[in-house]
Design a binder for this molecule. Structure first.
Ligand code: ZN
Length: 824
């Protein structure tokens, strides 16, 4: 599963929270007991679009596990007209709207199989199965239906033991109206047409057992694009007219299948691989076995392709076909065995495809995402069984931090041993449920290494090391000394870390390296060198997930910025020089902005110049606009210039923005204009609101810019674009920007509370976050409604965090009146 907000809408908010991962009502979660093992599920389904209804016949083949198996509990939420029969004669059924209990008078002998057939209907399901079609925002929106099973939503459209430990073969026979296509897991066995009823029937079969949450259905009027990997069909389904965009987005899939199959030594396991571009999909993508669903937002035109790629999303969902689908976490507390792997393998494909610099820069993004969650929201162990809603686990710890832990693991083991470990783990556990111990044991058997101490620090406990590093040179004795302190606070959750750390000293052009175990609070390392080093590096390969405070001279940082062979070393130097902000430092940054070879470093250099806030830094950025052509760097320069409200900046950007080749650079220029805070720019920005663009990116930028102008007219525009009738991304941007005006404004608060009823999940989440940013308890009753019940897990978590944030804000603002309902 790939998170939605970050990739496909304008940036999300920094959440701000009170430091606890667990919500009230959290408890320990364990995989449930089973009386029966599910061997096969056959679903015969018919979809009725106008009534948003599914009629189903689900036949489950069960094998008794327990000695006295007399009953089976199916998860089945809000089903209607439920009728049960069984191959073992009469059954009793009881159904409370959530659990369907089927029982026999006499026990089914252990190992014996029995078929249970459940006929049922689902009308307007709230979760699991989603119908989309034309609406006010888009009267031409195609009709589609798609499912989203992870984490526990498939129980809303078919009865099953809905837990990842269950593994079964599945079969779907789906009847849909002409001219729709139905895509599901496994091989397509047959299609047929009923001319009289004007329907089509698709029969799919998944022969390799998988977990019920991975069963999928995607229905729409699709064009099918056929590709292949060897003999395996690779299929893309999209709405007619988007063929070129689809090929642009998914075209590297066979290359990725090849890369993963060969590197892992475990070939792609399924009969086909399909990707459906689903409209209004609520995630970036979902790795349903052999049948991934992707958001249609990832399809893009040629202009977007200049500096946007769907490869990370495509690689992520594809990697799950091994990590998640073929080998599945036994219960959700070990979900990192799915998500951290998909996140890391997404980066590994980038390393293979685009090189080491791009790979390391992506890992750095991952690290920053994790650091911000750790700092602003909470800290937790990657593996924890103590939580409230399963979806709480799908956070930056599970995705990003886990990917960095795997990167450390790969470096500790060495490449050869790492890939052998992956191969052992996958081959040993294919089609099985796994826990973290299975990974540890596979590594130990493949390499002889017991990585338990490493896992204890990084997986079963929370946090990361913060190092303070001090270096000095004794010229007479020719001795370099490095003192390393672990400065992070230690407690039960985070201890002192024990890690091998490499120190590098460059004397002339020769580099000397030493590797030490850093495991104490305070350690001193001394080395005799042939001469004084011009570069001193702590962890020169940037392997360890860490924060470092390393004091170096200005000259040394400048040398590092210009000459460190590692992109992250140069980036580190850029940050340090930005903080120094001396004339020499700014000159070095200005030079690096023009001459640096890797765009990611240029981006960080621009960011460093943004923070300096001096005339020289502004000049350097303006000069950069004249000389630098990489669209991602131009985007960063505009972002940086947003920090400089100056007539020259405004004039320069106005003359350039509409000529930008890249949507993203143009959008960044528009946002930077907003940050000029010049009311004279209002009508220009209003003009941009009329412009259509890929995923509404320019309109979003204009909305944000108008918000940043902070004019009274801004509020009306933000309110307008937050209402239904505009794209979700435009609405979310408007809602978020209302946050800057809302504190103490009743009209905005009321407007947002009304928007809570909106049917769009992502819009609702944006509203809840914004309401959470005001310390106004009157929103609490409305928000509380979204903290429980049959709702999307992200919605519940956001609502609960918002309520907690409001209460915390109230406590700070009105320390004595914290329990009163209204404002004093
Ligand atoms: Zn995922």
């Amino acid at each position: 599963m790939n998170r939605f907000e970050e990739q496909f809408s304008c940036k999300g908010h920094a959440a701000g929270f009170d430091g606890r991962f667990t919500l009230s009502g959290s408890k320990s979660h364990y995989a449930p007991d089973r009386t029966f093992d599910t061997r096969h599920i056959k679903l015969v389904l018919e979809l009725d679009f106008p009534r948003k209804m599914l009629t189903g016949v689900c036949t489950t083949t069960l094998a008794a596990l327990a000695d006295d198996a007399t009953s089976m509990n199916f998860d089945a939420v809000n089903f209607e007209q439920v009728r049960v029969s069984s191959s073992r004669g009469a059954v009793q059924q009881s159904y409370d709207g959530r659990k369907l209990n089927v029982s026999w008078k006499t026990p089914v002998p252990r190992g014996t199989t029995v078929d249970v057939t459940i006929r049922y209907r689902v009308v307007k399901p709230k979760l699991g199965l989603h119908f989309v079609g034309p609406d006010r925002a888009d009267p031409r929106k195609p009709r589609q239906a798609w499912t989203q099973g992870e984490d526990e939503y498939n129980r809303h459209w078919f009865p099953c033991h809905d837990a990842p430990q269950e593994r079964t073969t599945t079969e779907t026979v789906i009847t849909v109206p002409e001219p729709f296509t139905a895509v599901s897991n496994g091989a397509l066995l047959q299609t047929s047409k009923d001319r009289r009823r004007k329907t089509r029937t698709y029969h799919w079969k998944q022969n390799v057992p998988h977990s019920p949450y991975l069963v999928s259905l995607a229905v729409g009027e699709f064009t099918e694009i056929k590709d292949r990997w060897g003999k395996v069909p690779v299929l893309y389904f999209c709405q007619p007219g988007r063929e070129a965009d689809t090929h642009r987005a998914f075209g590297k899939t066979p290359q990725m299948i090849d890369f993963f199959s060969k590197r892992l030594g475990v070939p792609y396991a399924y009969a086909k691989y399909s990707q459906v571009a689903a409209v209004d999909f609520i995630y970036g993508g979902m790795e349903n076995t052999s049948s991934t669903t992707q958001t249609a937002l990832t399809l893009h035109d040629e202009r977007a392709h200049l500096d946007f790629s769907s490869d990370p999303l495509v690689a992520h969902e594809l990697a799950h076909q091994w990590f998640g689908d073929l080998v599945t976490c036994k219960d959700w507390s070990h979900a990192w065995l799915n998500e951290s792997f998909a996140t890391y393998f997404e980066a590994l494909f980038k390393e293979y495809d685009l090189g080491h610099d791009e790979f390391m820069y992506e890992l750095r993004d991952n690290a920053e995402a994790y650091f911000s969650e750790d700092k602003e929201r909470y800290r937790r162990p990657i593996v924890t069984k103590f939580y409230k809603n399963t979806n709480d686990l799908f956070d930056r710890h599970l995705y990003e931090k886990g990917s960095l832990v795997l990167h450390m693991l790969r470096n500790l083991l060495g490449d050869k041993a790492w890939w052998r470990s992956m191969n052992t783990y996958l081959r040993r556990h294919r089609t099985q449920g796994v826990e973290t111990i299975n990974l540890l044991n596979a590594i130990q058997d493949a390499t002889g290494k017991n990585m338990r101490p490493f896992f204890d620090q990084w997986v079963f406990k929370g946090g990361h090391p913060e190092y303070k590093v001090r270096y000095w040179w004794d010229a007479r004795a020719k001795k370099a000394s490095v003192r390393v302190l672990q400065t992070h606070g230690t407690n039960e959750e985070t201890g002192l870390f024990s890690m091998p750390v490499t120190f590098a000293f460059r004397i002339g052009q020769a580099v000397k390296r030493f590797t030490e175990t850093v495991n104490k609070k305070d350690q001193l390392f001394t080395y005799t060198l042939s001469g004084e080093p011009n570069l001193v590096l702590f962890d020169p390969d940037h392997v360890i997930l860490k924060r470092v405070d390393f004091t170096k001279t200005e000259a040394m940082w400048i040398t590092q910025l210009m000459q460190d062979s590692h992109v992250l070393g140069r980036i580190q130097a850029a940050g340090a020089l930005g903080r120094l902000a001396s004339p020499k430092a700014v000159r070095a940054l200005a030079l690096a902005l023009m001459q640096e070879k890797f765009w990611g470093v240029q981006v960080e250099v621009a960011g460093a110049l943004a923070k300096v806030e001096s005339a020289a830094a502004m000049e350097a950025l303006l000069q950069g606009l004249k000389q630098v052509s990489h669209p991602k760097v131009r985007r960063a320069i505009y972002d940086a210039l947003g920090n400089y409200a100056h007539p020259r900046v405004a004039t320069e950007i106005q003359s350039l923005f509409s000529r930008e080749e890249s949507y993203f650079a143009e959008a960044a220029a528009i946002r930077a204009l907003g940050r000029q805070r010049d009311p004279g720019l209002f009508s220009l920005l209003k003009g941009v609101l009329k412009r259509d663009s890929w995923n509404d990116i320019l309109r979003c930028a204009a909305i944000e810019a108008i918000g940043a102008l902070k004019l009274p007219e801004s509020i009306e525009i933000l309110k307008t674009y937050s209402r239904s009738g505009y794209s979700s991304s435009a609405r979310m941007t408007a809602i978020r920007n209302l946050g800057a005006f809302g504190q103490g404004r009743d009209d905005i608060q009321q407007h947002l509370i009304r928007l809570l009823a909106d049917p769009y999940l992502m819009v609702k989440i944006a509203v809840i976050r914004t309401l959470g940013s005001f310390a106004d308890e009157r929103a609490t009753p409305a928000l509380m409604k979204y903290t429980t019940g049959d709702l999307d897990g992200r919605l519940k978590r956001t609502a609960e965090e918002a309520v907690r944030k409001i209460r915390k804000g109230m406590d700070q603002e009105f320390p004595t009146a914290k329990k009163t309902a209204g404002r004093p």
